[in-house]
Design a protein around this ligand. Structure first.
Ligand SMILES: Nc1ncnc2c1ncn2[C@@H]1O[C@H](COP(=O)(O)OP(=O)(O)OP(=O)(O)O)[C@@H](O)[C@H]1O
Ligand SMILES: [Mg+2]
Length: 591
């Protein structure tokens, strides 16, 4: 997973207006919660500084004048205020978290939805791990921004301002005394904020390294064990863990230094206040109540400053995550889907033809993978593609389903260029059975239907029966409900292949594309698969990348690919008679 070592928000600012505005747009559906949460935060910011005022009043009036009923009333007022604060706090928390969780859900779904439609080329370039981090942990970071970042910062700043205002209003000289400690506090906070930020970023970097290491090594455990690399890989894992631990400890250290420093500074402020205040009281220039109120304010004053340091970090990390997420959402790496034709306008006949006309194709600009490829598969016929590894066989079927766009030439189905079809419909007409079968975790049945709601259980069983997969599926514990785990690790290669054939049959495509697996299997399964393939090809136009001699021999025509060019084509007998490349391949492989 390629994380940049020190991620920065694009502008490096905490308040990147463009990003914030974009994030706020996600709040729209939750406007009500947002305004309630903001309102409560603001109310709390104003209510909090009232308590010391009440105490001041109580000490200077009711206690001095021994006004017991008045005292009771004021104490009741303080208790009531506390209750109100608690209730407000509860709802504020509830609303802001509700809001953040909903926004997070929306963004995650949106990112996934976007990724699902990106073209294959994007996935060739972007590691799975990075995309995973985007949809999971980066979105999680945004959660903090929405639940405690934005609104809380506004509330805390307002509270500071209100407190300052009240303090200056009741006694400006005392306020100045308290404020003398503020610069030290601000400097300490700034240093702390910067240090913690960089160690947080480091922690995040190592977390993502841990993630990708584990992901890779657990999927590749087989290789690690086969080659006996356990010890060495463990060493590498230990090293990342060590770095992760150290980065975490660094941030904990900063916290453990910062908090006592804050304590010392506020103790200093208290000491100054008492020294100056008691003197003033003696000269009767200050009331006892005012001094107590100020002592309370000092406690309240430093807390928001400390919190602000944390919240600015949250916000900054949030900006980095938001930027990464928006980068994915801004990726317009789609296959253009401008076609208009589909079932309703151009229903295909039972059998269609496929034509490649002077097709040139490259994955990357530097290197042609298909060079001037032309061929025509008449309706209902089976064409086989043969050729050495890397000759471009899989690429031909990739461009037929428009997973990659071709650079020049034309591919048409039923005499219509494939770009004119709606992408979804085009792909629904072609079923590709791939070299490496991919099974999802879920039941065998769901793996055959791919959760298509219109495919019935009976159809699944019928397809499996005609493919010859029914027998082994019935023997699995639970039969069609047998849970496939981890891409079908508990099934054999042949069994997985048969399931994928059943999947193809049940979707009943007009065109069958088969990338036959090279892996050799036992003769019994081989026979089963052979039959299954024949069943699949029955009555439909098929393009088959064949390795099995029997498949090749039975096909209507063989296209021989060499370095992206079709160098020979004809039936098996014709090509053998030709004594060309095909004969060589054939003799190498089967003779
Ligand atoms: N996603 C990709 N991005 C860039 N290049 C690719 C990609 N897939 C394949 N290639 C390159 O294109 C060429 C043709 O590959 P292709 O997969 O079509 O071969 P193939 O004939 O199917 O081989 P095999 O018999 O081994 O499956 C190879 O040189 C390969 O390196
Ligand atoms: Mg291939």
């Amino acid at each position: 997973m390629a994380e940049s070592p020190t991620p920065k928000s694009p502008s490096g600012k905490v308040f990147d207006g463009r990003l914030i505005r974009r994030m706020l747009a996600y709040l729209k559906p939750y406007r009500k919660q947002f305004w309630i949460s903001l309102l409560l935060t603001l109310l709390l910011a104003v209510l909090n500084p009232v308590k010391p005022l009440l105490f001041q009043y109580l000490l200077d009036h009711q206690i001095r004048e021994k006004d017991i009923p008045g005292l009771r009333l004021l104490i009741l007022l303080v208790v009531a205020l506390l209750f109100i604060q608690i209730i407000f706090q509860y709802f504020q928390n509830l609303m802001s978290n509700l809001l953040a969780q909903s926004v997070m859900r929306d963004i995650r779904v949106k990112v996934y939805q976007h990724i699902v439609h990106l073209r294959m080329k994007y996935f060739d370039r972007n590691p799975v791990g990075a995309l995973q981090t985007r949809t999971i942990s980066d979105v999680e970071t945004l959660n903090d921004v929405f639940s405690q970042g934005l609104v809380t910062i506004v509330g805390e700043i307002l509270q500071l301002l209100v407190m300052l205002g009240v303090m200056f209003y009741i006694h400006w000289q005392l306020s100045l005394v308290v404020l003398t400690t503020l610069p030290i506090m601000l400097i300490a906070t700034y240093i702390f904020k910067e240090k913690v930020k960089s160690s947080f970023q480091e922690v995040r970097k190592y977390v993502s390294e841990l993630n990708s290491f584990l992901q890779e090594h657990i999927s590749g455990m087989y290789i690690v064990q086969i080659f006996g690399r356990e010890k060495e890989e463990l060493k590498r894992f230990k090293k990342i863990n060590e770095a992760h631990r150290n980065a975490n400890i660094r941030s904990i250290l900063y916290y453990s230094v910062f908090f006592p420093v804050v304590e010392i500074i506020s103790a200093l402020a208290v000491a100054l206040l008492i020294w100056y205040g008691t003197g003033e009281i003696l000269y009767q220039r200050l009331s006892f109540g005012t001094l107590v109120a100020f002592l309370m304010y000092i406690q309240m004053f430093f807390r928001p400053i400390r919190m602000l340091a944390d919240q600015f970090n949250t916000l900054q990390l949030g900006m980095v995550s938001a930027d990464r997420i928006f980068k994915i959402l801004d990726t317009e790496d789609f296959i253009p889907d401008n076609g208009t034709l589909d079932q309703s306008s151009t229903p295909f006949p039972a059998q269609v033809d496929i034509e490649f006309k002077n097709v040139w194709f490259a994955y990357n600009e530097e290197e042609w993978v298909l060079k001037n490829v032309s061929f025509h598969v008449p309706p209902g016929k089976t064409y086989a593609l043969v050729g050495a590894t890397g000759s471009g066989k899989t690429s031909i079927i990739n461009v037929l389903s428009r997973f990659y766009p071709i650079q020049s030439g034309e591919i048409s189905i039923h005499h219509i260029p494939i770009e004119q079809f709606k992408l979804n419909w085009l792909r629904s007409q072609i079923v590709t059975v791939h070299q490496d079968v991919f099974l999802f975790s879920g039941s065998v049945k769901d793996n055959i239907t791919l959760n298509h709601p219109d495919i019935t259980y009976e159809q699944v069983v019928a397809a499996a029966k005609s493919i010859g997969a029914d027998e082994f599926i019935q023997q699995l514990p639970g039969g069609y409900d047998y849970t496939v785990k981890e891409r079908g690790a508990t099934l054999s290669t042949g069994q997985r292949q048969l399931i994928s054939f059943a999947r193809a049959l049940v979707y009943n495509p007009k065109i069958l594309v088969l990338d036959e697996a090279t892996s050799s299997i036992d003769t019994e399964t081989e026979l089963l698969i052979q039959k299954a393939i024949e069943k699949l090809m029955q009555g439909r136009t098929s393009l088959i990348i064949a390795h099995r001699l029997s498949t090749i021999q039975k096909s209507d025509c063989i296209l021989v690919l060499h370095n992206g060019e079709i160098i020979e084509q004809g039936t098996h007998t014709e090509l053998i008679r030709n004594n060309g490349k095909y004969r060589k391949l054939y003799e190498l492989q089967y003779a």
